[in-house]
Design a protein around this ligand. Structure first.
Ligand SMILES: Nc1nc2c(ncn2[C@@H]2O[C@H](COP(=O)(O)OP(=O)(O)O)[C@@H](OP(=O)(O)OP(=O)(O)O)[C@H]2O)c(=O)[nH]1
Length: 179
């Protein structure tokens, strides 16, 4: 049976591209930020074989409230309560200090739903793949190394969610001498 993206999925992609249109990644080429959220959704579909469209859509929207002027109310109105609930689970509270946000990502990882854990795993996988080839602008080598260490603590609290993604993350941690 043929598979195809639904109209809602395409609207979600379009919305993410629009909302992140002025945002760039921290890599030297200043890649459009939307590439990251597309990567996260693609990792889930292609590498983790996830067919749950709510998860794939929430992956596209996982940074839209954190990083743009979009609100949870906007997301719920456009894409419904299921997708909005997932986006809530993966959104950091930007009003908190950065160190506190980092601590909460570790602490809250284990409490998330399985579907939110999938998005968090794919998000970390994409960020770590980036870090294997690039040092973000303004980062020291030490900060880059710290990110690997912190990401492993988050991933350790997400274990038992998806073997494909965890194997790929572990390969990266092994290469860094963290496993
Ligand atoms: N590896 C990498 N990361 C980049 C790049 N550009 C932006 N980022 C974002 O930077 C975050 C890591 O930087 P930090 O200094 O630790 O956190 P900050 O976002 O609070 O500044 C990651 O967020 P996160 O909290 O880990 O996850 P999330 O925001 O994606 O959910 C990642 O999404 C890039 O070019 N490479």
């Amino acid at each position: 049976m043929a598979t195809y993206p639904s109209a809602k999925f395409m609207e979600c992609l379009q919305y993410a591209a629009f909302k992140h249109r002025q945002q760039r990644r921290k890599d030297p080429l200043e890649t459009p930020y939307v590439n990251h959220v597309i990567n996260v959704s693609t990792i889930l579909s292609v590498e983790a074989c996830i067919t749950d469209e709510g998860v794939l859509m929430a992956a596209l929207l996982h940074d839209v409230v954190e990083d743009t002027d979009a609100s949870f109310e906007d997301v719920e109105k456009l894409f419904g309560p299921d997708v909005c609930g997932l986006v809530r689970e993966v959104t950091d509270d930007k009003s908190l200090e950065k160190q506190e946000r980092k601590r909460l990502q570790i602490k809250n990882a284990a409490k998330s739903s399985c579907r939110a854990k999938l998005i968090k795993l794919a998000d970390k996988l994409d960020n770590l793949r980036d870090l294997q080839v690039n040092t973000p602008t303004g980062w020291t080598e030490e900060r880059r190394e710290q990110y690997f260490i912190w990401a492993k603590m988050v991933v350790d609290n997400l274990r038992g969610t998806n073997a494909n993604l965890e194997l790929k993350l572990d390969e990266i941690f092994r290469q860094r001498g963290l496993l």
